[in-house]
Design a protein around this ligand. Structure first.
Ligand code: SF4
Ligand code: MSK
Length: 648
C-alpha cells in the first residue's frame, strides 16, 4: 500500500504525530495493519452467506467462476449490494422509528420538553398523510400524525404514503417497475430472505428489490425522520457557526455529541445552557460549557442551534487526542469502536446512550425518552465532573487561524424556497428561471462520508470546487458538508470560486454556492428540493429530466448505498468515488452503470478522480439541458445592480 497524505486538513497531521508519540493507534495505523485488504471482497466477489463457503470468484477468469452452490459473480455481488442497501435502510429507519415513537409520546403529552415547534409543517405533513386537519386542535392532529407515521414501518401492503410526494410521472414509473415500497420493515426483510442461499439468483431481480427497499428509506424512513424532527425541533433556517477542532476550548468543559440522532442531543443543548450546570462548571474551574459535534448528530444541532462542528467521520479519534474532550456522547452509527480504547489514554469519558449501541471501555447512560432533560443533565454533569481530571501535559489544541472556519448552515428546502422567492412569493421559480437562462448550469448533490482509502476531504473539496466553477450549484449533507465547511465553501465568500453565472445569482440572493442541507437522513431534503423544481415547471416533468446529478466521492457506509440507490431509482445520475462494491461482477456493474437508466432514468457511475467525476456529472447535466432545449449558447451579458436585483 503506497503511503499517501492522510488528510488535507492541516489540523490532522500534528495530532496524528502526537498520537504516534503517545503510542495511540488510529484508523490510518489500523489500515496499514490490514494491508493487503482482501481483493475479492473489494470487488464484491466473496460470499459467506452459508457455511458451504466462504466462496470466492477469480476476477481474472482463471480460478473458480461459481460458488459451491453455483452462484455466479453477478449473483454474489448483487446479493451483497442488496444487503448493503438493506442495512443502510434499516439504520436510517430504526432511527426514524425512534423519532416516530418519541413524537407520538410527546404529542400525547408524555415527554416533557418536546412539543410542536413548526406548526405549519405539522399541517402540511398531516395533509400529505391524508389526515383531516380542519377544526381539529393541534394536539389531536399531532397524535394522528404520530400514529400514521409509525405505520410506514410495519405496513405489509399498499404504498408508503410519502411516495405520493414524488412527481406523478415518477410514481407511475415506480408502479410500472413494481418498486413502490409497501412498508420499510417488509422491504428490508424481503432482501434478507431473497439473498439467503438458494433464493433469488437473478441479478436484475435482486437489484429491483434493492431499489424498492432503498425507496422505502428515501421516501419513507429517512423522510419521516426529517419531517418529524423538523416539526418537533424546528425547521432549520440559515445560521452562522464554525467547524473544525479549533472550536474546542481549553478553558471550558468540552462535550462532543456524535452519531446521528437529535433526540437526546437537542436536550444536551438545553442542559449545557442550564444555569445550574453552568454554576457547577464554574465551581470546577471551567469558564463555561462548550458543546460541539461530530458526524450527523452534529449536523442536526448545527442546523437548528448553530452548535459548532468539531469535524467529520475521520476526525472522531483526532478529537480525543487533543486531550480536552471531557465527554464524548455517542448515539448510533459511524462511531468507531476504537474511541473507548483511545479514551483510556486520556481523561475523556466516552458515554453511549442508546441500548442498541454499546462498546467496551465506555460508560452507558441510557437515554430515557420519557424524561430527556434528566438524561441530558446526567450526561452534562458527568462531563463537568470530569473536567478537573484533564492532564495538562497531554493537551494539544490546534489554535492557529486554520483550526476553525466560519460557515452558514440551515438550508432546508423550505428555506431555499423562501430565500429565492421572498416571504410573499416563496417559490422555486427564480431557481428554475436561472437554470433555464443558463446562469445556473445545473444542481449537484454532493454528500457522504470520509473513506480511509482517500486522503481525508480531498475528493469532496476538489469535486465541489470544480462543480461550482462550472456554474453548478451544490447541495451538500453529512460529512461532505463538513469537509466543505472546513475549507470555506459554506460562506458567501466562496462565490469567488464560482463561475460568473452562479456567482451572479449567489450575489443577488446572498447565498453561498454550496448549501448545507443537513445530516444523512436529510438527503430527503434534496429529493424534496428536486421535486419542488419539477413541480415549479419549465424543466421537464420528472426528476430524471432535471439537469442534476449526485455524488458521494468519499463514501464508506452501507447507508450510502441505500441513499445512492434511492437517488438512482428516483431518476438521478449518481457517482461514487473511492471504490464500488460490484466492480468484479461485469454484467451487474454494466447493468447498474448503464442499462438501469432505461428503467429508472437514473444510473450509477464510478470515478475515483474527483475532477473527472465532476466533469462526468457536468456532462450528464449538459445532456439533460440539451434534452430540455436549454443548450443554446447564451449571449454574455454584463449585469448592473438593477439586473442583479431582478435575478433574485
Ligand atoms: Fe458459497 Fe453459495 Fe454459500 Fe455463498 S451461498 S457461501 S456462494 S455456497
Ligand atoms: S455521518 S454515514 S460517515 S456521511 Fe452521517 Fe458521515 Fe457517512 Fe456517517
Amino acid at each position: 500500500m503506497e503511503d499517501k497524505k492522510r488528510s488535507i486538513d492541516p489540523v490532522v497531521e500534528p495530532l496524528l504525530e502526537k498520537a504516534a508519540r503517545e503510542g495511540i493507534k488510529t484508523a490510518w495505523d489500523r489500515l496499514k495493519e490490514q494491508d493487503p485488504q482482501c481483493g475479492f471482497g473489494q470487488l464484491g466477489l466473496c460470499c459467506r452467506h452459508c457455511s458451504n463457503g466462504p466462496c470466492r470468484i477469480d476476477p481474472f477468469g482463471e480460478g473458480p467462476q461459481e460458488g459451491v452452490c453455483g452462484a455466479t459473480a453477478d449473483t454474489i455481488a448483487a446479493r451483497h449490494f442488496a444487503r448493503m442497501a438493506a442495512a443502510g435502510t434499516a439504520a436510517h429507519s430504526d432511527h426514524a422509528r425512534q423519532v416516530c415513537a418519541t413524537f407520538l409520546e410527546a404529542a400525547e403529552g408524555k415527554v416533557p420538553g418536546y412539543g410542536v415547534k413548526d406548526e405549519m409543517k405539522l399541517y402540511e405533513l398531516a395533509m400529505d398523510l391524508g389526515i383531516e386537519v380542519a377544526n381539529k386542535p393541534k394536539q389531536e392532529i399531532a397524535i394522528e400524525v404520530g400514529k400514521k407515521a409509525i405505520q410506514i414501518f410495519g405496513s405489509q401492503e399498499g404504498e408508503i404514503f410519502l411516495t405520493k410526494r414524488a412527481p406523478i410521472k415518477r410514481l407511475e414509473l415506480w408502479r410500472k417497475q413494481g418498486v413502490v415500497p409497501r412498508g420499510v420493515d417488509r422491504e428490508v426483510v424481503e432482501i434478507m430472505h431473497r439473498t439467503h442461499i438458494g433464493v433469488d439468483q437473478e441479478y436484475h431481480n435482486i437489484i429491483q428489490q434493492a431499489a424498492r427497499c432503498s425507496l422505502a428509506d428515501g421516501w419513507g424512513g429517512s423522510m419521516i425522520a426529517t419531517e418529524l424532527q423538523d416539526i418537533m425541533f424546528g425547521t432549520p433556517e440559515p445560521i452562522l457557526s464554525k467547524v473544525n477542532l479549533g472550536v474546542l476550548k481549553e478553558d471550558q468543559v468540552n462535550i462532543i455529541v456524535h452519531g446521528h440522532e437529535p433526540l437526546l442531543s437537542e436536550m444536551i443543548v438545553v442542559a449545557s445552557r442550564d444555569p445550574e450546570m453552568l454554576a457547577l462548571a464554574k465551581s470546577k474551574g471551567a469558564a463555561g460549557i462548550n458543546l460541539a459535534g461530530i458526524c450527523c448528530t452534529a449536523n442536526e444541532v448545527l442546523m437548528r442551534h448553530g452548535i459548532p462542528l468539531a469535524g467529520n467521520f475521520l476526525h472522531q479519534e483526532i478529537a480525543l487526542i487533543t486531550g480536552v474532550v471531557d465527554a464524548l456522547v455517542a448515539d448510533v452509527q459511524c462511531v468507531m469502536q476504537s474511541l473507548g480504547e483511545i479514551a483510556q489514554c486520556y481523561h475523556t469519558k466516552v458515554i453511549t446512550t442508546n441500548y442498541r449501541a454499546k462498546m467496551p471501555f465506555a460508560s452507558h447512560i441510557q437515554f430515557d425518552e420519557s424524561n430527556p432533560l434528566e438524561s441530558a443533565k446526567k450526561i452534562v454533569r458527568t462531563a463537568i465532573e470530569n473536567f478537573p481530571n484533564r492532564d495538562p501535559r497531554k493537551i494539544q489544541l490546534p489554535n492557529d487561524k486554520d483550526a476553525s472556519c466560519e460557515l452558514i448552515a440551515g438550508f432546508s428546502h423550505e428555506t431555499i424556497n423562501y430565500l429565492l422567492g421572498g416571504t410573499f412569493r416563496a417559490s422555486y421559480k427564480p431557481l428554475n428561471d436561472n437554470i433555464i437562462n443558463g446562469r445556473i448550469r445545473g444542481i449537484a448533490g454532493v454528500v457522504g462520508c470520509n473513506n480511509i482509502h482517500t486522503t481525508q476531504d480531498i475528493a469532496h473539496l476538489a469535486m465541489v470546487r470544480e462543480l461550482i466553477k462550472h456554474d453548478v450549484i451544490v447541495l451538500t449533507t453529512g460529512c461532505s458538508a463538513m469537509a466543505c465547511g472546513k475549507f470555506g465553501l459554506l460562506t458567501p465568500e466562496a462565490m469567488q470560486y464560482a463561475g460568473d453565472g452562479l456567482r451572479s445569482v449567489c450575489e443577488a440572493v446572498g447565498i453561498p454556492p454550496v448549501l448545507h442541507m443537513g445530516s444523512c437522513v436529510d438527503n430527503t431534503r434534496i429529493l424534496m428540493a428536486a421535486t419542488a423544481v419539477v413541480k415549479e415547471g419549465g424543466l421537464g416533468d420528472d426528476i430524471s429530466d432535471l439537469p442534476a446529478a449526485g455524488a458521494a466521492p468519499e463514501w464508506m457506509s452501507e447507508k450510502a448505498i441505500a441513499i445512492g440507490m434511492y437517488f438512482v431509482a428516483s431518476g438521478v445520475y449518481t457517482l461514487f468515488g473511492t471504490n464500488f462494491p460490484t466492480l468484479g461482477a461485469k454484467n451487474l456493474t454494466k447493468y447498474l452503470m448503464e442499462e438501469i437508466e432505461s428503467a429508472y432514468g437514473g444510473k450509477w457511475a464510478f470515478e475515483n478522480d474527483p475532477i473527472k467525476g465532476a466533469h462526468k456529472m457536468i456532462e450528464h447535466i449538459d445532456k439533460k439541458r440539451k434534452a430540455l432545449g436549454l443548450d443554446k449558447a447564451k449571449e454574455r451579458v454584463l449585469y448592473d445592480m438593477a439586473m442583479r436585483r431582478d435575478l433574485g
